[in-house]
Design a protein around this ligand. Structure first.
Ligand code: BJW
Ligand code: ZN
Length: 257
């Protein structure tokens, strides 16, 4: 394994030769846009709760207003920030490879829409989307107006989730909580892209949360080169051929150049 802070010749050769790239992104990829990562400290209303406690079905059933308001606040924060140079570089790289008969597939654990807003096509939203809503009981999709919050400031108090027009149960965000299954189609599509890839890049994820964290291991089994982009060592670092230590907003554009 090579641990680097900038691109060396070996790494440049690898990215230049690759025609079929699979990229797995996590919360750190959106950090430079101003979206807090999952394992960062919470502020305001939520400072007594960890994100780990809020992103569960149990939390939603026992404290629906708190969990609902946390998601609405995050939704409004995401709407007020912009894609960063990492998002733009991936979108450009995707277009460039597609123009040459290649492919760059993005599987993200992020529930934001920053890859799409940078102009990329996302193959798989492994943990769903914060902008989709559905009934927590009958599953019917719900269209909601945007939250009327300042995303940079926590709302003064939690508000109850709206009720389903069909069955009267609570509406929930279209994300995947702990203990829930990932959308099978998205997971399978990500796994297929990794099996097909000649290079796999894992950027901005701690590699703690399963089953997404097991996806890079499909590349390891096949001997496909693996690159990690992260300022910190992670659970996945030992499996990597290259660990690029630094922010993805700086290093992804350099890698794609
Ligand atoms: C930068 C940067 C910069 C900073 N540039 N990098 C024991 C063993 C194995 C598994 C389990 C277990 N106990 C329970 C489980 C299962 C559980 C799990 O994995 N738990 C772990 C905590 C151990 N998994 C599940 O429950 C999953 N479902 C499942 O397994 O179904 C089967 C099943 C069903 C029924 C019963 C039992 C099993 C579902 C997981 C769903 C995860 N959902 C969340 C919330 C989504 C909605 C929301 O956003 O609120 O997804 S949790 C949260 O973690 C979110 C993220 O997508 C996910 C991953 O986090 P990520 O992206 O890695 O972010 P961070 O914050 O952890 O890391 C950020 C990284 O960025 C860091 O490394 C920084 O260094 C780096 N960084 N700045 C680049 N500028
Ligand atoms: Zn319903």
């Amino acid at each position: 394994m090579q641990v680097l802070t900038e691109i060396n010749d070996d790494l440049a050769r690898l990215t230049q030769d690759a025609r079929n790239i699979a990229v797995i992104t996590g919360a750190g990829f959106s950090a430079e846009s101003g979206v807090p990562t999952f394992r960062e400290a919470q502020t305001g209303l939520w400072e007594r709760f960890s994100a780990q406690d809020l992103a569960t079905t149990d939390a939603f059933y026992t404290a629906p207003a708190l969990v609902w308001t946390w998601y609405r606040w995050r939704q409004s924060l995401i709407q007020q920030v912009e894609p960063n140079p990492g998002h733009t570089a991936l979108a450009d790289w995707q277009r460039w490879l597609a123009g040459r008969g290649g492919e760059l597939s993005i599987a993200t654990q992020n529930v934001d829409d920053l890859h799409e807003r940078a102009g990329a096509q996302v193959l798989a939203h492994l943990h769903g989307s914060i902008f989709e809503h559905r009934c927590a009981e009958c599953g019917v999709a719900a269209e909601l107006p945007d939250p009327d919050y300042d995303g940079f400031q926590a709302p003064p108090e939690p508000e109850e989730p709206p009720l389903c027009a069909d069955c009267g149960a609570h509406i929930r965000p279209g994300v995947v909580w702990f203990g829930e299954m990932l959308p099978m189609e998205a997971f399978e599509a990500a796994a297929a892209a990794i099996r097909k890839a000649d290079l796999v890049i894992v950027a901005g994820t701690s590699g703690i949360v399963q089953p997404a964290a097991s996806l890079p291991l499909l590349a390891l089994e096949r001997g496909t080169p693996l690159i990690e982009v992260n300022p910190e060592p992670t659970e996945l670092s030992d499996a990597m051929d290259f660990c690029l230590r630094g922010p993805s907003g700086d290093l992804l554009p350099a890698l794609a150049a």
